[in-house]
Design a protein around this ligand. Sequence first.
Ligand code: PLP
Length: 490
Amino acid sequence: MKEKKEHGDMPANELRKFGYESIDWLVDYLENIDSYPVLPRINPGDITAQLPESPPEYGEDMGRILEDFRNIIIPGVTHWNHPAFMSYFSITGSGPGILGELLCAGLNVNAMLWKTCPSSTELEQTVMEWLRKLVGLPGDFWGISYDTASVSTMHAIAAAREMVPGLDARQKGLSSSGMRLRLYISDQTHSSVEKSAIVLGIGLDGVRKIPSDAEFRMDTRLLEAAIKEDLEQGWTPFCVVATVGTTSTTSIDPVDRIADICKKHNLWLHVDAAYGGLGAVLPEMKWVFDGCDKADSLVTNPHKWLFTPQEFSAFFCRHKDVLKQAFSLVPEYLKTEQDQVALNYMDYGIQLGRKMRALKMWFILRYFGTRGIQSRIRQFVEWAGELAGWIDDHPEFIRIAPVPFTTLCFRAVPEGIDFPGDRNMALDEFNEKLIGAVNNTGKVYLSHTRLNGRLVIHLALGNLRTERRHIEQAWEILNLELVRLKEEML
Ligand code: PLP
């Protein structure tokens, strides 16, 4: 192996050559993404087995590294950019988003302080304002980006904890007050909220799950009753997390009613609109945010269906000062002469360093524009409605939940099969096999969830490269595999 120079970065001519080569590869990849299996056909350990156990002693040729990227890494990639990736929540690394990420990596700033990159801080402030207006939140919501909704929600709950009178968790920790904090969620709330409770010392015992109604929305009568009971038993209720777009069924909690309950009991209301918040971009869907104007904080994730490459979560908070009170801690070396007049994002969260995350968001908002974003999101919602109709018209599929956004939950109920034993369990098994069979075609990727204890097929739309033909194909494959599985059983 040829020994490389031992000083300095990759020479400019190499960066240019392999930069062009990488972009060419990426554009071809995205253009031909249909030809890849959505799910890789490999077993655990297959990729590791192809990678050396130790790093190379001498630097390697970039051409060879990229060759290994194509030959070893790509075969183990689940193609989230595939138009038939309809699992979990379907997402897009869009062109302007990719370019934003590229330039962000190239600039490699650390915008912990205004001074350490004024453009990054001021661009983020602008972009967060644009996003706030796009989804229609009131002007007193202040915005900051974090990497994920899980982290945004953790910050919301930390701020809520900071507001508890007589607690002073920041200084004294949780144990000194003897208070037992209580946080309310529904039985459909995302697991990230419970993880926040673990991290923040509230503990899983401090989280009370309120049952949801027939449409998987938090039952507010039960919420009121739970708060009353907890108060009687010496708990200190401090926060409710409502969801706009639950993970399984994209249900919308009655936020307006929950906000009234929070006001009555002086509880912080955080809204997890990680997925559903983007529906509010459409004028005809503004209703999904009913009551959210009364929340203390709200998170929505452009990296879900706003075409943004992974790791851009938009957090909005009414109490910027409380967030700062919870997190600001400034060692001498981070003091600057602008501290009194400029925003230092490090004061509003657990991480010190932060990249210029807003660049990709800025590119996306400008490239597509409000109208372009709306028409694309509207298209997904329309297609989801159409697909819901096909399911409803089919005698062997039933829809399990309403479809307010672009996600469908349904279940196969094959006719003419006499399942031995527990029919529900047998149907669970049948649906699991059906999802497996569909995914094994490599042409579609669906996921599952459980609702009322029963296994359900979960299909989400939201990738910009998805065309109607991909949805038709997914439906056709579901139908074909259903017939094939039935035949196997007869
Ligand atoms: N909240 C909801 C409602 C979700 O559906 C998800 C993930 O799907 C999350 C939070 C977590 O999102 P993130 O991966 O950004 O932490």
